[in-house]
Design a protein around this ligand. Structure first.
Ligand code: NAD
Ligand code: TYD
Length: 336
């Protein structure tokens, strides 16, 4: 039986991946290791929590002693989702991003080295490549040029992962994906924020002109890509994962408003984000050709299903919005 340590498994993508793996591989033991920061929510994995092959460890990836204790039990693979993940928060408070994303990754790598973990997979982001103009795509060889404290900290982590392969011969992989969307997405990010604001008739804050472009990837397609890299990735290799769905932010907002039957008068243009990357777009040829991955969701189907999920799971996001999220929400939006 294989034992897989999934860090950050109570967050958006991590919880979808935990569920995906538990269902597909009942013979694997899954350890979900998560600090439960504001973004971690055990309700995201409540439906699999009682499974025999699942366990949860509440802890910090930067905690050397605790990470050591878990890894010494015998771990076959680590998949690291744990991170501070929101660009706007990184602009307000970069320190915690360096601590979790850079130091935390190094603590995981060091323990994985010590206990000879067979595979280490780092879930990274296309944001390490910086920003594109109107043409071109990010490939795995695009120079790293991060522009936000978030993407800089993810880049630092990627370089450590690379170094552990080059120096110690560890079997590592890095996946760099575009913007994910789907169920359990914390409502501070664009798509769930727009859906939940629209459903509650609140203004939709659009940064600057709203013509920034993101490439949207359904979280389920992302989970399948990670599953493939985990099993078949070549040691030391980076794999880009993209949805082939480029949209401007305004297009996203208008699509959601139309789908939920709300007026575009809810749109409010607010001050732009500092250092705002204009466009991200991924060339996913490598993972398609080498590992046979391709996205299955069209954006039209994915966004419809996602909106339906938020309509059907109102209690989930209302609990988030009525809790600690409220203070942050006021600070970031109401006083803008
Ligand atoms: P998220 O913010 O929803 O979840 C992060 C999870 O990590 C939370 O459960 C949180 O409690 C946990 N965590 C934070 N600090 C921790 C620590 N020190 N120790 C242990 N756990 C900790 O993030 P997400 O959107 O699910 O993203 C997951 C990963 O994917 C991140 O590494 C992110 O950089 C990357 N990524 C995300 C996207 C996206 O569109 N969401 C795109 C590209 C890459
Ligand atoms: P976000 O979901 O924060 O992801 P990222 O910054 O990692 O791409 O933002 C997606 C895009 O939407 C980005 O260009 C910023 C923009 N945005 C808004 O215009 N308004 C908002 O309220 C938010 C959260 C984001």
């Amino acid at each position: 039986m294989k034992t897989i340590m999934i860090t950050g498994g109570a967050g958006f993508i991590g919880s979808n991946f935990v569920r995906h793996m538990i269902k597909r591989y009942p013979q694997y033991r899954i350890i979900n290791f998560d600090l439960l920061t504001y973004a971690g929510n055990l309700e995201n994995v409540a439906d699999v929590a009682e499974r025999e092959n699942y366990s949860f460890v509440h802890g910090d990836i930067a905690d050397v002693v605790l990470v050591d204790n878990v890894m010494k039990q015998g771990i076959d693979a680590v998949v690291n989702f744990a991170a501070e993940s929101h660009v706007d928060r990184s602009i307000e408070d970069p320190g915690v991003f360096v601590r979790t994303n850079v130091l935390g990754t190094q603590v995981l790598l060091e323990a994985a080295r010590k206990y000879k973990v067979k595979k280490y997979l780092q879930v990274s982001t296309d944001e390490v490549y910086g920003s594109l103009g109107t043409a071109g795509l990010f490939s795995e060889t695009t120079p790293l040029a991060p522009n936000s404290p978030y993407s800089a900290s993810k880049t630092g982590a990627d370089l450590l992962v690379r170094a552990y392969h080059e120096t110690y011969g560890m079997h590592v992989n890095i996946t760099r994906c575009s913007n994910n969307y789907g169920p359990y997405h914390f409502p501070e990010k664009l798509i769930p924020l727009v859906i939940t604001n629209a459903l509650t008739n609140q203004e939709i804050p659009v940064y600057g002109d709203g013509l920034q472009v993101r490439d949207w990837l359904h979280v389920q397609d992302h989970c399948k890509a990670i599953e493939l890299v985990l099993h078949n990735g070549i040691a030391g290799e980076v794999y880009n994962v993209g949805g082939n769905n480029e949209r401007t932010n305004l297009e996203i907002v208008r699509t959601i408003l139309k789908e939920v039957g709300k007026s575009e008068s809810l749109i409010r243009h607010v001050a732009d984000r500092s250092g705002h990357d204009r466009r991200y777009a991924i060339d996913a040829t490598k993972i398609t050709e080498k590992l046979g991955w391709k996205p299955e969701y069209t954006f039209e189907r994915g966004i419809k299903e996602t909106i339906d999920w938020y309509v059907g799971n109102r209690t989930w996001w209302e609990r988030i919005r009525s809790g600690a999220y409220r203070d942050y929400y006021k600070k970031m939006y109401l006083n803008r």
